[in-house]
Design a protein around this ligand. Structure first.
Ligand code: SF4
Length: 254
């Protein structure tokens, strides 16, 4: 009975991506934008006017990845000022680190901003509880994909667990609605110290399209400092994998 199963496994071949650090996403993928200053700010001002979340500003020329929906509208009306690259290394240990300026060629990841206990306690194994705080299931689906046969994040000892009692930290997706604010607080409180907090997706980072909505309650962030900010609408599995592995010291951002 086992032989046919072995035959099937062999016919599938190796499905996991062997070297995740060498992954290149397609040219169409919108990752880290590059900003270029021009004396004539007409196009940039147009881009600022149509940006749905206020992520793009013409003066000074900046793009806040934590508010960006990666819709590409700014690059279409101001191609001389904005160009999206396929670089998925866009996670940051600080919220300010998500704001890009003209001439920036990477999203900086300063290891000094990472609490030492994170690498000491979780460098070799990390289990996280995911809380969808009003999310639309897009980020959540991408997070599920990190454990699939292709990305196989479990090979690095990183995964999700159902109970916060068994978790080393919390991953938040969604803009944090008022209805989920208390549940998020209870869940985070149930995780033992030391613990980490990851904000995953543009909605989690800033509220996204719903930032001004009365239905949100983001007071959770007044009392808890996230360790990792991961933009994306939704967040590609490689953004999550790269961000977490850089946070844990498995790799450096250069
Ligand atoms: S890609 Fe981002 S910055 Fe540009 S218009 Fe869309 S939301 Fe705004």
């Amino acid at each position: 009975m086992i032989l046919p199963k072995i035959r099937v496994l062999r016919s599938h071949g190796r499905q996991a991506i062997e070297d995740l650090d060498a992954v290149l996403l397609t040219e169409e993928f919108r990752g880290r934008p590059e900003l270029t200053f021009t004396e004539d700010t007409t196009e940039a001002e147009h881009a600022q006017a149509i940006c749905p979340t206020g992520a793009f500003t013409a003066d000074p020329l900046t793009l806040d990845l934590g508010r960006c929906l990666f819709c590409g509208a700014c690059a279409r009306v101001a191609p001389r000022n904005v160009r999206f690259t396929n670089d998925y290394r866009i996670g940051s240990p600080t919220r300010e680190g998500l704001v890009l300026h003209a001439g920036d060629t990477r999203v900086a990841f300063d290891p000094e901003q990472v609490r030492p206990e994170i690498r000491r306690c979780f460098g070799r194994a990390l289990q996280l509880r995911e809380v969808s705080a009003g999310g639309d299931a897009s980020v959540e689906m991408e997070l599920n994909a990190t454990g699939n046969v292709n990305f196989d994040l479990g090979r690095f000892g990183i995964g999700f667990t159902a109970s916060p009692r068994h978790a080393d930290g919390v991953v938040v997706s969604g803009p944090i609605t008022a209805n989920m604010a208390e549940a998020l607080e209870i869940c985070y409180d149930a995780v033992a110290e030391p613990k980490i907090l990851v904000m995953c997706g543009t909605e989690a980072c800033s509220g996204g399209l719903f930032a001004e909505s009365r239905a949100l309650d983001r007071s959770f962030l007044d009392s808890h400092r996230p360790d990792l900010w991961l933009p994306g609408a939704p967040t590609h599995p490689m953004i999550y994998i790269d961000g977490l592995r850089t946070l844990l010291g498995h790799k450096k951002r250069i």
